[in-house]
Design a protein around this ligand. Sequence first.
Ligand code: GAP
Length: 455
Amino acid sequence: MKTLAKESIGEKLTSLAKRRGFVFPSSEIYGGAGATWDFGPVGVELKNNVKQSWWRTMVQLRDDVVGIDGAILMHPRVWEASGHVENFTDPLVECGNCRHRFRLDELPDGDALATDWRASRLDLSTVACPNCGQRRLADPRRFNLMFKTFVGPVEDSASVAWLRPETAQAIFVNFENVQQVTRRKLPFGIAQIGKAFRNEITPGNFIFRSREFEQMEMQYFATAADAPRLYDEWKRIRQTWHVENGIPPEKLRFRDHAPDERAHYAAAATDIEFEFPFGWKEFEGIHYRTDYDLRRHSEFSGKDLRYFDEASGERFIPHVVETSVGADRATYAILCAAYDEEPDKEGVRVVLRFKPHLAPYKVAVLPLSKNEKLVPLARDVWAAVRPAFMSTYDETQAIGRRYRRQDEIGTPLCVTVDFQSIEDRQVTIRERDSMAQIRVPIAELVDNLREKLGA
Ligand code: GAP
């Protein structure tokens, strides 16, 4: 990858994402819906490929992890038991002058302020409001990030429901169901991909922090003795996954949480951080959740969620190591890592160098021109390619422009049908990264593409 000005990559990606159909602001014709995003035709393919890659690694290729797909609306007691009603809060600071609201850690020197706040020694009297400059910031109040709603026609305390702020709880409340039907012995994991919602005080940085997003989470159940070792093992497994998906190792790092910053359920926690255009930020969390969640659900539901260990004859609540990565944030990191620019005769060639398994389209079929002699053959070629690979077809504008368009959405291979193809039944394959071109018989095209894509 070339050295590009970091601040500009973020802006260029946001613009490319809109222009090429990766991501649109939600409800845009009404002015947007506040930190929610819609994935467009190529964005949905990319995100689905990211999710598929995660599911394959975490479920399909493992003999010790199974999947579920839990409901978003759960019994309200779930969130009392999980501790979210009481503890899932961010410190919200309001300016007494301009009424602007901030998350404490987003003020200048925010990390130090957050540490002071946790140690009950925060003093905001000398801190200027970043919006109006006045020193009138009030002490933080705890703001719960869960969205509240009501189930049924009556809006009273008995009908309160929460939009889940993490997918993990559907796994905990199904622990016994899954263990019984699968007859799994410890250690084993349960994985899930699904929507989560957080009423973030200050969302932003494109799709990095939004109010509606998707998580890919896995809870790995083990004995207390095995859990610390497994925590380290999962850190390595998850790091490898990111590298396999095109994140350069030098753009990844672990950041262990200090005891006073861990989530309420975690005895140990580390963030996997990526160097986003706006700095190093978390995009995956690995947490040692001890037996906290199952123990609390046992207490709150009255159901005995202990595991029976046949070998020792003991009953105990399993401990849990969790891996939790945002599908949107991972997709954003992959987009940032894939973005590249290089000079060419028309100025700059923009390329998204996705790994082929993540590219929205693996192949684009392009007739050299819209000529009526070429189009039928090009359409026949696309029909032959379509069942084998996610592919697209484009006959508008000059061929050079169409190559650039495919480069910009990361299509690894273009297949060009020209006038000679009508004579010799051969087409050209053009590679995105090297721009090298080779000619192959149409009869051997699919095999050639498969070989080049490593599929
Ligand atoms: N179950 C554990 C859990 O939810 P977390 O660290 O709060 O842990 C895990 O969240 C991941 O979910 C984050 O690393 C991030 O990728 C994603 N995530 C969290 N909040 C998000 C938001 N507002 N927008 C987009 N992704 C978010």
